[in-house]
Write a protein that binds this ligand. Structure first.
Ligand code: SF4
Length: 257
């Protein structure tokens, strides 16, 4: 699936891979899994082989590669922000390293866009960048490819450490769904997104968790984006935090868009 996105902090999604497996409590209500088992199930389960031959080949959320989608960023003429793999995790163990390389080669070549690469597996992200240094002759991932990790609770705050070891000009956190209070070291980070969970069975977000996250960003001079409070629907409780919206973005964005 590659299309314009309803997500507040991006313009488009680009899914050269689909499928994933659960890794932490932030995955409990994974919308990609719901979509894959819902309206996209027929497309996902019938079209392409599953990479891992030891799992159910009909599972619509098994990892699959979509090489024809590698052309999409070239087709999109106007510069835009692209969320890479909203329906997957680029650094899932089943995504072969050569294919991750191909995706980075596209992002590096088509540099009129901003790419937002978000993973719950930042240790592999770090290892990938280390092992493929030839792709990054300046010694770091360039500023139009934003490298991010999800931190939904203090249990997974170790991901921040992996991310900050990724040599990249722009590193970001997605604290969504925010499931508890966070105590973060924001040194070396350039953007933080936060938001509550939405959908049936959503886990409510306490105001003080969001306020604390915002306050830590302000104290560390890190741009903060509060996406939504969540609830039965994504917009059920709006996105005002202490009487205003928080739409800050990394400083580099005006140079590109
Ligand atoms: S890592 Fe992301 S895509 Fe994968 S199961 Fe968890 S929430 Fe879903």
């Amino acid at each position: 699936m590659s299309e314009f996105s309803q997500i507040e902090w991006t313009d488009s999604t680009w899914n050269p891979t689909t499928g994933c497996t659960r890794v932490s409590s932030g995955c409990d209500h994974c919308y990609a899994l719901s979509l894959a088992h819902g309206r996209l199930s027929e497309i996902y389960s019938r079209k392409l082989p599953v990479i891992n031959t030891e799992i159910n080949q009909l599972d619509p959320f098994a990892v699959r590669l979509w090489p024809e989608r590698l052309k999409d960023p070239r087709r999109w003429q106007s510069p835009r922000m692209i969320f890479v793999n909203s329906m997957s995790d680029l650094f899932h163990v089943d995504v072969p390293e050569p294919f991750v390389r191909e995706i980075f080669q596209v992002m590096l070549a088509v540099d009129r866009h901003i790419y937002q690469v978000l993973t719950k597996r930042p240790s592999r992200m770090r290892r990938f960048v280390e092992r493929n240094g030839d792709l990054f002759p300046d010694g770091e991932v360039p500023g139009h490819i934003w490298m991010g990790t999800s931190v939904e609770s203090q249990d997974v705050v170790y991901r921040v450490r992996h991310l900050t070891l990724v040599p990249a000009a722009t590193r970001f956190l997605s604290c969504e769904p925010l499931l508890g209070p966070l105590d973060l070291d924001l040194h070396g980070l350039h953007w933080v997104i936060g938001g509550g969970e939405s959908g049936i069975g959503y886990r409510p977000c306490e105001p003080q968790w969001a306020q604390s996250l915002r306050d830590q960003c302000v104290a560390s001079d890190v741009p903060f984006f509060w996406k939504q409070w969540g609830g039965r629907t994504p917009k059920a409780k709006g996105r005002m935090l202490d009487g205003r919206t928080w739409d800050e973005m990394p400083a580099r964005i005006p140079e590109v868009v």
